[in-house]
Design a protein around this ligand. Structure first.
Ligand SMILES: Nc1ncnc2c1ncn2[C@@H]1O[C@H](COP(=O)(O)OP(=O)(O)OP(=O)(O)O)[C@@H](O)[C@H]1O
Ligand code: SF4
Length: 306
């Protein structure tokens, strides 16, 4: 299996659609990569493959290698150029494989029956040449579908003991009381997948005028829910319009002068950079959500094997 050089596999799950599972996968991957790790993202959301868009590589094509596919590079390993800390590590590589790269037209609808989806998931797990990876994040469709069942069956049969670290469950404050989250957690328990933690997304709003974070919904629901289910809570993530601008328009996140973002005070220059250059991962370093995800990744790694 092409996963033999992958050190750890982490699934990203959500009970319902639109809670930000793909955006959490993207940010986990960028943060792990900013910590110097080599990372892969496998997008098995076959009916709505959004990872190519999130990573700004929509027009990329997958190259064929003998016996399989080469995942698309988002960035290769390189020295950290714009890191704010003195002990900055090189940025690790990031590669992605998604059905989105194989569709002729990004608006093509994928209307497949279960057996075809199962075959595609198996092929993704066996025929992608990842090379050496520290972490492979698998972005799954919402709910518990045919893709999930074939994913777990194939992983259980083929992954080395301990290679699948577990799952991160993404929810929103509104979805917390809904039975979808319960179903997702039960699915993990039944299939023997450890829950590494819950991320509560869209739990507040970062004001574009002053970068103040306001908790639009009551705070702490995610933490209470995690406690009820006896699973770790990894953190709350607010909505940041600067993150949307980064994904949608490739714009470096900017905040008002004087705001402290990722440990760096925004000066007039950093708040309004003259030249908006740099790769996605370099731009992400100045997003307020990076500080939050750095904490989430710290917790996550503490919950995976050493
Ligand atoms: N914390 C956030 N701040 C700003 N925008 C966000 C945040 N989380 C998600 N979004 C935006 O919300 C939209 C939906 O998020 P996303 O596609 O990640 O959800 P999903 O759960 O993966 O959806 P699907 O069920 O379609 O796979 C995207 O446009 C994304 O950019
Ligand atoms: S947080 Fe401050 S700047 Fe932002 S809308 Fe509210 S009052 Fe205005």
């Amino acid at each position: 299996m092409s996963l033999s050089n992958v050190n750890e596999i982490i699934l990203v799950l959500s009970g319902k659609g639109g809670v930000g599972k793909s955006s959490v996968t993207t940010q986990l991957a960028l943060t792990l990569s900013l910590r110097g790790h080599s990372v892969g993202i496998l997008d098995i959301d076959l009916t709505g493959p959004s990872m190519p868009r999130f990573l700004g590589i929509e027009s990329s094509k997958v190259k064929q290698a003998p016996g399989g596919w080469l995942p698309v590079p988002v960035h290769e390993t390189k020295d950290a150029t714009s890191s704010t800390s003195d002990d900055s590590k090189p940025i690790g590589s990031l590669h992605c494989m998604s059905l989105g790269f194989l569709l002729g037209n990004r608006n093509d609808a994928v209307v497949w029956r279960g057996p075809k989806k199962t075959a595609m998931v198996r092929q993704f797990l066996s025929d992608v040449h990842w090379g050496k990876l520290d972490y492979l994040l698998i972005d799954t469709p919402p709910g518990t579908s045919d893709e999930h069942i074939s994913l777990v069956e194939t992983l259980m049969k083929n992954a080395a003991p301990g290679q699948v670290s577990g799952a991160v469950v993404v929810t929103t404050p509104q979805a917390i009381s809904v039975s979808d989250v319960r179903k997702e957690i039960n699915f993990c328990k039944k299939t023997g997948i450890d829950i590494l933690g819950v991320v509560e997304n869209m739990a507040g709003f970062v004001c574009p005028n002053c970068a103040e974070c306001t908790n639009v919904f009551s705070k702490g629901g995610g933490q209470v829910m995690a406690k009820d289910f006896n699973v770790p809570f990894l953190g709350s993530v607010p909505i940041d319009p600067a993150f949307i601008a980064l994904i949608e328009e490739g714009k470096r996140p900017t905040y008002p002068e004087g705001t402290v973002v990722a440990g760096q005070e925004m000066s007039e220059q950093t708040a309004m950079p003259e030249h908006d250059t740099g790769s996605l991962v370099e731009k992400y370093q100045s997003c307020s959500l990076f500080t939050i995800f750095d904490g989430i990744v710290g917790q996550l790694l503490a919950n995976t094997r050493p």
